[in-house]
Design a protein. Structure first.
Length: 402
């Protein structure tokens, strides 16, 4: 059963009311035309009677025209070639009735047509509402990968567009949550793997010390030194993983402060001065002291420190490392270039992956610093790329968009 809405009922009422109104108007016009034609017919007859000087007075004509006539004797009319079927007045009457009938049929047909159009429109709307209802039910059941049917009907198109936008947003959030779960699972697996080796090493060394109370003093000292080193490595790994976890969970609010590039590089240089001294490396700086960009000073210090540590790791002793800063209206670019052993081409596409260690990497490296650096830079509206040639060196380019 069709349940029309108030809007459709009102529309139908208006259509039928207009149909009746126009029917009355058209029939009234037809009636006026009918009366006019009858009057013309009678006028012609009267003029003819006067012209022929028939013995009929004006009073008699007036009496006839006012309706005081005798019953028609069609036998007499036949003498003049007139009868019920061909009488001029009868034809006028037939024309009038035909006009009325045709008008009523036309108005009724138009009303039916409009009614069918409204019913069809209602059924289409009902079908569309049912489709959207099923679509929303599927979304409530966390199915965000349905294709919503395209609609070109005004209000429905707007509603459908908003539903589609909401679906895309929910789909993205669902994908992000799924990816977060995968990342968490992978991170826990990586942490377990990375901690297993140093912890095992510590346990073995402690067992050796405990099982050999008469152990040589120098050997004991070497074991304790190694235990301390492994403990520091574990602490470093945990600290970095905690930072990565906080970044992945979007719980860190990165500041948008004005950073002086010269001050930033100076802080980074202080963080690695011991490493620079160990390998007798020279840091060449090409920086305009007035250059600035928007970002979080502390976190960008962390990112650039990790990149510079990588450059130090791949550099030869007594070599140079260049830090250069370029500026243009679109971005500020920081270049960190070393002239060391370089990175193999097959390793370049993976160096930003978590816990990835290339063939030429330091044995004590966890392969996590560059991953952290990349995430930090991207959080501050920047991006990083790397280019390297084996035995010639590596160039990191960091661009901060303005």
């Amino acid at each position: 059963m069709i349940n029309l809405k108030k809007k459709q009922i009102i529309s139908l009422g208006i259509v039928f009311s207009l149909g009746i109104f126009f029917s009355i108007v058209i029939n009234f016009i037809n009636y006026k035309n009918y009366v006019k034609r009858v009057n013309e017919y009678v006028y012609t007859m009267v003029e003819l009677i006067k012209e022929k000087n028939l013995n009929i007075t004006d009073d008699e004509i007036i009496t006839i025209l006012n309706g005081q006539v005798k019953k028609v004797n069609y036998q007499i009319l036949k003498k003049y070639g007139l009868n019920k079927e061909v009488s001029a007045l009868q034809d006028l009457k037939k024309d009038y009735y035909l006009s009325v009938v045709l008008t009523m049929i036309l108005i009724f047909s138009l009303s039916i047509l409009v009614f069918l159009i409204l019913i069809n429109d209602y059924l289409k709307q009902k079908k569309k509402i049912e489709e959207l209802t099923l679509y929303l039910r599927a979304i409530n059941e966390h199915n965000y990968y349905l294709n919503i049917l395209e609609s070109k009907e005004g209000e429905f198109a707007i509603l459908q567009d908003e539903i589609y936008k909401t679906t895309l947003m929910l789909r993205e959030e669902s994908d992000n949550l799924l990816q977060d779960k995968i990342n968490l699972k992978d991170t826990l697996a990586d942490i377990s793997h990375q901690l297993k080796t140093p912890l095992t090493s510590i346990l073995i060394m402690l067992d050796n010390i405990l099982d050999n109370p008469q152990m040589n003093k120098d050997t004991r000292a070497e074991f304790l030194k190694n235990i301390r080193q492994e403990t520091e490595n574990i602490n470093f790994l945990i600290q970095v993983l905690l930072k990565l976890s906080r970044i992945d969970a979007n719980v860190i609010e990165f500041k948008e402060e004005e950073i002086n590039v010269s001050a930033l590089i100076k802080k980074v240089q202080e963080n690695v001065k011991v490493l620079l001294k160990e390998k007798q490396l020279i840091l060449d700086l090409d920086i305009d002291s007035n250059l600035t960009f928007k970002g979080d000073f502390a976190w960008q210090t962390e990112a650039l420190t990790n990149i510079l540590k990588n450059a130090i790791e791949y550099s030869k002793e007594n070599d140079h490392i260049l830090i250069k800063v370029l500026d243009n209206p679109l971005y500020l670019k920081i270049i960190i270039e070393d002239f060391g052993k370089g990175i193999k081409k097959e390793d370049l596409k993976n160096i930003f992956k978590r816990f990835y260690k290339g063939e030429n990497s330091n044995p004590g490296s966890f392969g996590i610093g560059l991953n952290l650096a990349k995430k930090i830079i991207e959080k501050n509206n920047g991006f990083i790329k790397v280019d390297s040639v084996v035995n010639k060196g590596t160039i990191f380019e960091i661009k901060y968009l303005k």
